[in-house]
Ligand binder design. Structure first.
Ligand code: HEC
Length: 206
């Protein structure tokens, strides 16, 4: 690449910006690269106008800079993200089952590991019994069947095979034996959301 020189623009106030951009524009072959700064956002219209006035090619962070008259934007469209978030928030507020979103979620092992250490590791290990039974290789295993662990009668007799769906259900239904709100259960997964247990499941943590 040819020599590239970075010239910061002082964003503290309109006059500073006007002065700095004018001085910068006097040198040849320059362009503006605007980052996601709150100060820049507050002076958005001025910066777009100055770039046009001094004929500086400019790249801006978000789409609303481009739709507001700027040349190009390199980042996402946050307004669209907020709009899309409503698709998720609305069913949550109405108490709907979220599995339709989770069914298409990408596996995320890194997030899964992190949630496992935060929420489960106090009681569970993957390769040994602790307060709770060993959880490694749980897929397809019958509930209440880890040798050497003394289960509550509720779980010992539940006869569930641990599939991703059953783990989801166990983590949200008080009627299942792993939930401590159920009489006879020894402990709870009830703090776990459906989303979380699906992450452990699809992340291949368990
Ligand atoms: C406060 C301790 C504690 C925490 C935290 C905890 N568990 Fe448990 N878990 C237990 C105990 C105790 C049992 C056995 C329950 C019984 O016998 O009724 C159990 C049982 C289970 C079982 C059934 C295992 C089997 O062999 O049938 C699964 C699956 C499970 N937990 C998953 C999780 C996951 C996933 C998390 C984290 C999101 C978690 N648990 C967090 C204590 C805990």
């Amino acid at each position: 690449m040819d020599r590239l020189e970075l010239t910061p623009i002082d964003l503290r106030g309109a006059e500073k910006i006007k002065g700095d951009v004018a001085a910068f524009a006097r040198q040849p072959n320059g362009g503006l690269f605007v980052t996601t700064s709150a100060r820049a956002t507050a002076q958005r219209e001025l910066i777009i106008a100055l770039a046009a006035q001094h004929r500086l090619p400019a790249m801006y962070p978000y789409r609303y800079w481009a739709s507001g008259g700027g040349l190009l934007s390199y980042g996402p469209d946050p307004t669209d993200n907020y709009r899309r978030a409503a698709d998720y928030i609305d069913p949550i507020l109405r108490g709907e089952d979220l599995s339709r979103f989770l069914a298409t979620a990408e596996p995320d092992a890194v997030h899964g590991q992190q949630l496992f250490s935060e929420r489960c590791a106090a009681c569970h290990a993957l390769d040994a019994n602790k307060t709770g039974p060993m959880l490694g290789a749980i897929f397809g295993r019958k509930s209440g069947s880890v040798p050497g662990y003394t289960y509550s009668p509720a779980l010992a007799e539940a006869g569930i095979s641990w599939s991703a769906d059953n783990l989801d259900r166990a983590s949200r239904k008080p009627s299942l034996p792993t939930d401590r709100r159920r009489p006879g259960s020894k402990a709870g997964m009830n703090a776990t959301s459906v989303a979380e247990s699906r992450i452990y499941a699809t992340g291949g943590v368990l």
